[in-house]
Each structure stands twice: as structure tokens, then as C-alpha cells.
Design a protein around this ligand. Structure first.
Ligand code: NAD
Length: 338
């Protein structure tokens, strides 16, 4: 089979590319190498003869269309994005152009040249906003929602907050609507925190990898907010499994939106994770607090029941074994983060 991966040199993209490359599929990757560090991933991917790379910015409609004219894709993974809330506040126009116009370029190229392919879009739980009106309590230095013991499902009110929340939210609605209006086979995943190898975590995004990298390098960690935030975390292999199951059942899931995350059994507090790392690495970790970011949720846990019901998907890799895998990958690759 042939697949296209936009943002294919990024964290999720590299893992998606590797999944298909190892299955001997033909993988076409589009990335403009915007994210610091991803050249490392590109170098690795270029070792595969079934990998083809185009250094293209998804804002460049013409170049995107040229790629679409050359191939017939079974799956289009649209993962390229401006991914940081903080950077979206600094430059909302660029964030809009990459996340909304870039996505529209991909959708239009799909409509014109690849209407049969399955189009996967990675959205975010940030589309639910800060959820400030919910009853919240603190226990053991961790927030929890009083009324949502199983987490947040797809019916929760949308409340785009921050330019990143707005741009991803607008983009995902286009993706969904192209299934209705143009009958494309599109699907949206509203992802919680995903973690794993090939993640060049930075202070603005990819906090689990960022914390581990800083800790391994004995550098200070910046925590936005008070550190009592709770997140559900999902190991990358489980996400890829959901993408694959969705493709296999594409008739059933066309036009659907799914929340996806580690769920209530895989939650961790920010300060709790620092304590975990201190124990694991047997050292004291330096950290400082910075102001909350706009739209930062105190608690977000994904309710995955829709995915379980339709695709029998649920997280298979628990957070302890996932963290072990990430740490061991980072330890052997730490020189690339210096
Ligand atoms: N990692 C997570 O926890 C998470 C959570 C929710 C949603 N997401 C979404 O998943 C997708 C992938 O995220 P990731 O964690 O792999 O991020 P990432 O930054 O590692 O990967 C994004 C890739 O897109 C590329 N890119 C950025 N702008 C581009 C442009 N204009 N043209 C072409 N390429 C461009 C970057 O160079 C990078 O390689 C994003 O859409 C993100 O919003 C990720």
C-alpha cells in the first residue's frame, strides 16, 4: 500500500512512517523540518528504500498538489502542524496559516486527486478549552473533576481557547465536514498527551519527553501553572494501533470524531511525574514554575468509550511500561538533545 504522512519527520509522523516502512509499504513524507531536532528522524527514515521525502511547507498549495498528482494513496495522515500553544500566542497568523490553511490545502488536494483515500487528522483535546466551569478538587497535589469520573467524551462542549485551540478546532471541523459535503473518508482524533521515542520534547510541547530530557541532562524544568494538573497519557504504539484499526474499518468511522488518550487508568500529575523521575533516575530534579498558559486545563482525561465500542480499541501499554520504554530510548539517544 501507499501512504502519505504530512509532518512525517515529527514525533508521531516518524512512528507512523516506521510502522508502514517496516510493513514494506511505500511511504511518502511531506515536512518542512520546522520543528527543531526532526532532521535526526529524517536521517533515520532515509535509510529505508521505500521512503520518499519532500521538503514542502503545507501552506504551499501548488507543491502539495504536485505530490498528489504523482501517487495514489491508500491513507493520508495529516499530522503536520504548528503544535505549541505559546508559539500560537506569539504568532497567531502563522499558526492559522499552517493549521487551518495548510489543512484546507491537504483536503482540497485530496478532494481533487485522491477522493478514495482515507484521511486521518490529528486534532487535540485543547478544542474543549480550559473547562473552567467544572467542579474541581485537589487530592494529593493533583486536581480531579468531581462530576466526570470516566473523563471527557466527544459530546463535551467545544470552547476553542488560544490561537492553537482555534486553529486546530477550525481545521478538525473542516476535516469532518469534508466527509459530509464531499463524501471523503475522513476521520478526526482528538488526542490527549502522546509520548514515546523520536519525540523532541520542548518546553512548549511534548512535556513528558521534555521533562525526561531535561532531567537526564541535569537541566531545569519549567512547569506552567502550579504542577497539580493531571493528564492522561498514551504511548505512541497504542495511537498507531487506533489509526490502523480506523483504516481497516473506514466505512464505519468515516466522518467520525474520536477522543483518544490513556484514559482514566493512565493518568499522571505533573508534580507526580517529577517525583517518579527522581525515583527512577535516583537524583534531585530542578524545576521552576511559570504562569499558566491560556486554555490550560487543570485536568484532562479522555473518555475512550466511543473508540472501545466501535473499534474495540483501548490502551494496551500502561504508563509504567510506556515510561520505561521512553526513558530507555532517551538514554541511548541523549547526545542528540544536547
Ligand atoms: N504529541 C501530542 O501529544 C499531540 C497531542 C494532540 C495533538 N497532536 C497533534 O498531532 C500532530 C503531530 O504532533 P507531534 O507531536 O508529532 O508534533 P511534531 O512537532 O513532532 O511534528 C509535527 C511535524 O510537522 C512539521 N511541520 C510543522 N509545520 C509544517 C509546515 N508548515 N509544513 C510542513 N511540515 C510542517 C514539523 O517539522 C514536524 O516534523 C500535530 O498535528 C499535533 O497538533 C499531538
Amino acid at each position: 500500500m501507499k501512504v502519505l504522512v504530512t509532518g512525517g519527520c515529527g514525533f508521531i509522523g516518524t512512528n507512523v512512517c516506521l510502522f508502514h516502512l517496516k510493513h514494506k509499504d511505500e511511504v511518502v513524507c511531506i515536512d518542512n523540518l520546522y520543528r527543531k531536532g526532526v532532521e535526526f528522524n529524517l536521517k533515520l527514515l532515509k535509510n529505508f528504500s521505500n521512503f520518499k521525502f519532500y521538503k514542502i511547507d503545507i501552506r504551499d498549495k501548488k507543491k502539495i498538489e504536485n505530490v498528489f498528482k504523482q501517487y495514489k494513496f491508500d491513507i493520508i495522515y495529516h499530522l503536520a502542524a504548528q503544535v505549541a500553544v505559546t508559539l500560537s500566542v506569539e504568532n497567531p497568523v502563522e499558526d492559522f496559516e499552517i493549521n487551518v490553511l495548510g489543512t484546507l490545502n491537504l483536503l482540497e488536494a485530496t478532494r481533487k486527486y485522491q477522493p478514495e483515500s482515507f484521511f486521518i487528522f490529528s486534532s487535540t483535546n485543547k478544542v474543549y478549552g480550559g473547562m473552567e466551569n467544572l467542579k474541581i478538587k485537589v487530592k494529593n497535589e493533583k486536581y480531579y473533576l468531581v462530576d466526570y469520573p470516566n473523563g471527557i467524551d466527544e459530546n463535551f462542549n467545544l470552547d476553542f481557547h488560544s490561537p492553537y485551540g482555534c486553529s486546530k478546532g477550525a481545521a478538525e471541523q473542516y476535516v469532518r465536514d469534508y466527509a459530509r459535503i464531499y463524501n471523503l473518508k475522513t476521520i478526526v482524533f482528538r488526542q490527549s498527551c502522546i509520548y514515546g521515542p523520536y519525540q523532541f520534547g520542548m518546553v512548549d510541547q511534548g512535556w513528558i519527553a521534555y521533562f525526561c530530557i531535561q532531567a537526564l541532562l541535569d537541566k531545569e524544568i519549567t512547569i506552567y501553572g502550579d504542577g497539580k494538573q493531571v493528564r492522561d497519557v498514551l504511548y505512541i504504539d497504542d495511537l498507531i494501533k487506533a489509526y490502523w484499526l480506523a483504516y481497516k474499518n473506514n466505512k464505519k468511522v468515516k466522518g467520525e470524531i474520536f477522543n483518544i488518550g490513556g484514559g482514566k487508568n493512565n493518568t499522571v500529575g505533573i508534580l507526580e511525574f517529577i517525583k517518579y523521575l527522581e525515583k527512577k533516575l535516583d537524583k534531585k530534579i530542578n524545576y521552576r514554575f511559570a504562569p499558566w498558559r491560556p486554555g490550560d486545563q487543570k485536568y484532562f482525561v479522555s473518555d475512550n468509550k466511543k473508540l472501545r465500542k466501535i473499534l474495540n480499541w483501548y490502551p494496551r501499554i500502561d504508563l509504567n511500561s510506556g515510561f520505561e520504554k521512553l526513558l530507555s530510548w532517551l538514554k541511548t539517544h541523549i547526545k542528540y538533545f544536547i
